[in-house]
Design a protein around this ligand. Structure first.
Ligand code: ZN
Length: 458
């Protein structure tokens, strides 16, 4: 179920000089968007020619082994084939120590929550070398359930407070539901479903028209910790008997796996993004899932590092194109698609691409959505034209008139206190009628008077 008309994405937190991507999520956490590569899709390499080559993902999936960095979060992505192989070997089903030795190689690729869970696992595995990952997670459940519950109950309190601001009848209804949910949490977190909770809150809100406060309520519900953004929630969730050791180990890696992102989403409000090479860009599974069908603008708003990371990936892809491993036309089409989808915000630098006349011509052409002949685009609404984004380094047309130093600093060159002192000195001199003691002193006084005059003139 989708909520319309509100921003799905939560704010990111800036911690330790880097954005904590764990906070970046949709209100409704869908495990994976439809346009995400999943394990069941084994990577295939049939040889495509001509038009089919343009539609196929292969030119990009072939580059997965090159340790590409994610378009959005910039993390080095894991080749899905590597994960499939590790799964097939069965290394994660054995002792935690063995599994950890393998996982260790991919620690830097992991996202924030996965990294913290991995650190906890590592510590526990040292103490219990004979246990497997599942047994360790089950042991850890008790210690992590309490802090999770505290966070959940905290959010419940916030929701209760927000509901009070809407209507007394609504508050009563919401409070009853919160009390019921709190009891479920107390009994053990396994029976509590965050998704169901959000849906139920939405159902209750349906009968109340006040929009702004309602959005706040749903936003708060969306802040309930999940395995995607909270280590406690991760441990509690995966302690459930239905998850085995190998599933947990793979879960630690899979969100860093390389996937194909649809630049124009498969199902946005303007256009059904086509399945076409020129609409594809590599992105990690997490960023891909969490963007879902939202416009790229949301990603940029929530994750400003993307301005740098997108250019880094683009530079890598240009390198492959110059080396003949990727079509140069793809680079130009990618540049244009990213520019269009980001409403001109992502204006990447393609100067490193070895240009040809054809590419120059393509650059000058107005933007056209890529079309898959098998499944033509469905344009729902004419995509909006966006004004040219501001160029902060463009020189203003008018030359500024000469600015006096005083105007420049927007304050007198001499402070008020100093000015007072000078005036007092002058007054003393005239009242005392002292003969000038030394020449130097007098000249100093004169100098000050001239400064004073220039100031009072103004
Ligand atoms: Zn990413």
């Amino acid at each position: 179920m989708r909520i319309t008309g509100i921003n799905f994405l939560q704010k990111t937190n800036y911690k330790n000089n880097q954005y904590d991507y764990s906070q970046y999520r949709t209100v409704l956490n869908q495990p994976a968007a439809r346009d995400t590569f999943t394990f069941s899709n084994k990577v295939s390499h049939p040889s495509f020619v001509g038009k089919q080559e343009q539609i196929s993902r292969d030119p990009l999936t072939k580059l997965y082994s090159e340790h590409l960095n994610c378009l959005c979060c910039g993390r080095e992505m894991i080749d899905p084939k590597v994960i499939t192989q590790l799964d097939e070997i069965g290394v994660f089903r054995g002792s935690a120590n063995d599994a950890i030795q393998i996982l260790q190689q991919y620690e830097a690729n992991m996202h924030t929550v996965e990294q913290s869970v991995f650190k906890i696992l590592k510590k526990e595995a040292e103490l219990n070398p004979d246990k497997n990952i599942k047994q360790i997670i089950v042991d850890l459940k008790n210690t992590h359930e309490k802090p999770l519950r505290q966070k959940q109950l905290g959010i419940f309190k916030m929701i209760d407070r927000a509901a009070l601001k809407i209507k007394p009848e609504l508050h009563k209804e919401i409070r009853n539901y919160l009390i019921k949910s709190a009891e479920t949490i107390k009994e053990g977190n396994n029976s509590f479903s965050r998704k169901r909770f959000i849906n139920d809150i939405e159902e209750i809100l349906k009968n109340y028209p006040n929009t702004t406060n309602k959005e706040n309520l749903i936003r708060l519900a969306g802040k309930l910790p999940t395995a995607y953004d909270d280590a406690d929630a991760f441990i509690v969730k995966y302690a459930n008997p239905r998850y085995k050791s190998d599933a947990i180990a793979i879960r630690l890696l899979s969100y860093s796996m390389a996937t194909i992102e649809h630049i124009h989403p498969l199902d946005s409000k303007d256009i059904k993004g086509p399945n076409h090479l020129y609409n594809y860009v590599p992105e990690c599974k997490r960023c891909n899932s969490f963007r879902s069908n939202n416009p790229m603008i949301y990603q940029l708003e929530e994750y400003p590092e993307m301005f740098i990371n997108a250019q880094n990936l683009f530079d890598r892809l240009i390198g492959f194109a110059n080396a003949g491993k990727l079509s140069k036309m793809y680079i130009i089409k990618l540049y244009k698609a990213l520019y269009q989808e980001s409403e001109g915000m992502l204006d990447l630098d393609y100067s490193k691409l070895q240009m040809t006349n054809d590419l120059q011509k393509e650059l000058k052409k107005p933007y056209e959505y890529p079309v898959n002949p098998d499944k033509p685009n469905i344009i729902k609404v004419k995509p909006p034209t966006f004004p040219k984004p501001v160029n902060f380094f463009e020189k203003p047309e008018q030359q500024p008139t000469e600015i006096l130093p005083e105007q420049m600093y927007n304050r007198p060159l001499i402070s008020k206190r100093k000015q007072k002192r000078i005036t007092a000195n002058e007054a003393n001199k005239t009242t005392r009628l002292k003969p000038a003691s030394t020449k130097t002193k007098k000249s100093k006084g004169q100098k000050k008077t001239t400064i004073k005059k220039s100031h009072t003139k103004k």
